[in-house]
Design a protein around this ligand. Structure first.
Ligand SMILES: Nc1ncnc2c1ncn2[C@@H]1O[C@H](COP(=O)(O)OP(=O)(O)OP(=O)(O)O)[C@@H](O)[C@H]1O
Ligand SMILES: [Mg+2]
Length: 233
């Protein structure tokens, strides 16, 4: 039996810019991802991968098409409903981390829990536990600027998984990590998320991750092209 559909994106269009600079980043993109599945999206720079992730995660409103997350029409919700839905259901790792420079590493990781009104001490303790998991136990009190790129990336990953969202979306999560660290993190994420039948979507150029995927979708010029079997099938 296959698991139910976590993400059902239909005919997504997205335009950027004005006049002569107007470009279409998504051209009628449809995709599905199931609970219990890890889906990779690959493709050249500028093909629309980050745009697609942002649209299916409730960050960027599409100009056409629909996104249904576990039966909920994502973009039909009012803004505050959308923010709540994202907080409770979707963990997102940005390509450029988006850490808060004035907070410590542990505070950055604790943010989703604070937003969910968990007591401060409890949230920080949980954040420390996740920092340990990504190999940054000794860095909890430092601001992000004191960390390397790969360390910042791991903080962003810890922040995305700390509240145990059932859908996890990662944009180039291993780009700044060396081979062993990248593999360790992906194995951890996959184990964590799929053990509980959640859904993971990852954009990556990193061929070391391919073997962990259930399916690989290929993006080109705003369209999803072929579908490859991943290494895990
Ligand atoms: N905020 C924006 N304003 C204008 N154009 C944008 C914006 N974001 C993306 N684009 C354009 O949309 C297209 C797709 O961009 P996107 O960032 O989705 O590509 P990508 O596949 O993630 O690339 P990369 O692998 O380099 O991260 C590109 O042509 C890009 O220039
Ligand atoms: Mg991108």
């Amino acid at each position: 039996m296959t698991d139910s559909i976590a993400i059902d994106a239909r005919a997504l269009d997205k335009w950027f810019g004005e006049g002569a600079a107007r470009t279409q980043a998504l051209r009628g993109v449809s995709m599905q991802a199931h609970f219990g599945e890890m889906v990779l999206i690959v493709g050249p720079s500028g093909s629309g991968k980050t745009t697609l992730l942002s649209v299916i995660s409730g960050i960027l409103r599409p100009d056409g098409g629909s996104v249904t997350i576990d039966g909920v029409d994502l973009w039909a919700q009012p803004d505050d409903g959308l923010a709540d839905f994202r907080l409770n259901r979707i963990g997102f790792v940005f390509q450029d981390y988006h850490l808060f420079p004035r907070l410590t590493t542990a505070e950055n990781v604790a943010i989703p829990l604070i937003l969910k009104r968990r007591p401060w001490d409890e949230a920080l303790a949980e954040a420390a536990r996740y920092l340990e998991v990504v190999g940054l136990a000794g860095r909890a009190a430092l601001p992000p600027v004191k960390l390397s790129g790969g360390e910042q990336q791991r903080v962003a990953i810890a922040r995305a998984i700390v509240s145990q969202p059932d859908i996890l979306v990662l944009d180039e999560p291993t780009a700044s990590l060396d081979g062993d660290t990248g593999r360790t993190i992906i194995e951890f994420v996959k184990h964590q998320v799929l053990n509980t039948r959640r859904c993971i979507v990852i954009v990556t150029h990193d061929s070391r991750i391919f073997e962990y995927a259930d399916r690989i979708l290929r993006m080109e010029d705003g369209r999803l092209k072929g579908i490859d079997a991943g290494g895990a099938r």
